[in-house]
Write a protein that binds this ligand. Structure first.
Ligand code: SIN
Length: 289
């Protein structure tokens, strides 16, 4: 339990990351001081959680706007009558879920999204937890030699293989029918430092992820893949993670530049419906600059 906050209480979920905030009721209104402390907790913990929030989609949008500009995801189905909110839904008859492997949202964009605010509307009786991993902890645990090499490297990221037509043909995305779409818009390519300086904390963080990173700049895919695979396995070690168990009315807000996340797909036959608002970020620079 941290005492550096006056208007909220933050309980860490694990030593690596994640803080559950209590003392906040979004529907009743958040004071400027509370908001400033939530923002500080977001920077300190990488991902923050709230429970028992009873909010409408409009209140979700209003809360998100307090953090910054909203980024509308190109591929997710929007919530009916709320085009700024993406729906993350799995129906009882569907097998695949959205986000089942470790990833960082929107790293394929040249200016990647800051993070997302995910709100639980309907959850399975058990299962459907979300795992988060700290990319600060992952970076810090690398050897000095690896840090030095990665510090001067960039990586290429893309949406093409993940959300384009090929993803529907070659992977299980067909089972996501009606929940992801717009394959023709999957044309984003970007290059980012492998180790970024976090724009809010100033700390170095590992910035490659299994869903969207394609290769290291100047390296072939065959050369890149063994080192990328090592980094993905390294970054998802249990001691760098925390795990959040959802209830209806729970909310998570994560920072894509400091974390990766994975939505567990262990609740077949039950429905899970989440509302996600993504926030605009800033261009990312290297930790070495
Ligand atoms: C996502 O990757 O945005 C989905 C996370 C979740 O459903 O828990």
């Amino acid at each position: 339990m941290s005492s550096k906050y006056r208007t909220i209480t933050v309980t860490p979920l694990s030593p690596a990351l994640g803080g559950e905030i209590s003392g906040v009721d979004i529907a009743a209104g958040i004071s400027d001081e509370q908001f400033a402390e939530m923002r500080r907790a977001f920077i300190d913990y990488g991902v923050i959680f709230l429970r028992d929030q009873d909010i409408t989609p409009d209140q979700h949008v209003e809360f998100a706007r307090r953090w910054g500009e909203i980024n509308v995801n190109r591929f997710f189905h929007p919530v009916d009558a709320h085009p700024l909110i993406a729906e993350v839904r799995k129906e009882p008859k569907q097998k695949a879920n959205i986000g089942s492997s470790w990833h960082t949202d929107h790293s394929y964009d040249q200016v990647p999204a800051m993070g997302s605010i995910l709100y639980a509307r309907e959850v399975p009786s058990v299962g459907g937890d979300t795992l988060f991993a700290s990319m600060y902890a992952a970076y810090a645990a690398l050897s000095d030699g690896m840090k030095q090499m990665l510090g001067s490297m960039n990586a290429e990221h893309s949406s093409r293989h993940a959300f384009g037509e090929v993803a529907y043909v070659e992977t299980d995305l067909e089972d996501l029918g009606g929940r992801l779409g717009n394959t023709a818009s999957a044309t984003q390519d970007s290059v980012h430092p492998v180790v970024i300086r976090h724009p809010l904390s100033g700390k170095p963080a590992l910035y490659v992820n299994g869903d969207f990173t394609v290769r290291f700049e100047g390296w072939s895919k065959a050369e890149s893949q063994p080192l990328l695979d090592f980094l993905y396995a390294h970054a998802s070690q249990h001691e760098f993670t925390c795990r959040f168990r959802w209830q209806q009315g729970s909310m998570a807000m994560w920072d894509n530049r400091a974390t990766q996340h994975l939505a567990l797909n262990d609740y077949h036959g039950e429905r899970r419906v989440m509302h996600r608002i993504t926030l605009e970020g800033v261009a990312l620079g290297p930790a070495t600059a």
